[in-house]
Design a binder for this molecule. Structure first.
Ligand code: THU
Length: 135
């Protein structure tokens, strides 16, 4: 059965509850969808020295790629102050955009929410003129 954008956002929001974010108190969840309908979730994991902190999106990509998946069609990202309902979009950071570009084509969908409406963007829109080596 085909998963809807709304269902993917719900899975990202559930994953957000498993964020570890004692430093920023900003929790983010992500739900990454493969072509055949499997979903890999992630949430941000912070580290006191900051640099090793992992964004929700990259946790989801790492879980999926490690399981041999590289056929992604969409990711939902939901973020905001910990313990509160979201009311702003949480667009992926630049590093996560580059990671998306490693595994996804320009039509890869990024689904964001402000808690009321969804906003659907493509990788081409959020990371034009991206660097990449054709391997
Ligand atoms: N964060 C994400 O998980 N994804 C993003 O795309 C933006 C930022 C996390 C990293 C950090 O734990 C917290 O949000 C505040 O920057």
């Amino acid at each position: 059965m085909k998963i809807t954008d709304k269902e993917l956002v719900k899975l990202a929001d559930d994953a957000r509850g498993r964020s570890y974010c004692p430093y920023s108190n900003y929790s983010v969840g992500a739900a990454l969808l493969t072509k055949d309908g499997k979903v890999y979730t992630g949430a941000n994991i912070e580290v006191s020295s900051h640099t090793p902190t992992m964004c929700a999106e990259r946790v989801a990509f790492a879980r999926a790629v490690h399981e041999g998946r590289r056929d992604f069609v969409a990711i939902a990202v939901v973020g905001g102050p910990r313990g509160q309902d979201v009311d702003f979009l949480c667009p992926p950071c630049g590093v996560c955009r580059q990671v998306m570009s490693e595994f996804c084509k320009g039509d890869f969908k990024i689904i964001l929410t402000d808690g009321k409406e969804h906003r659907v963007l493509t990788l081409d829109e959020i990371l034009p003129y991206r660097f990449g080596l054709d391997v």
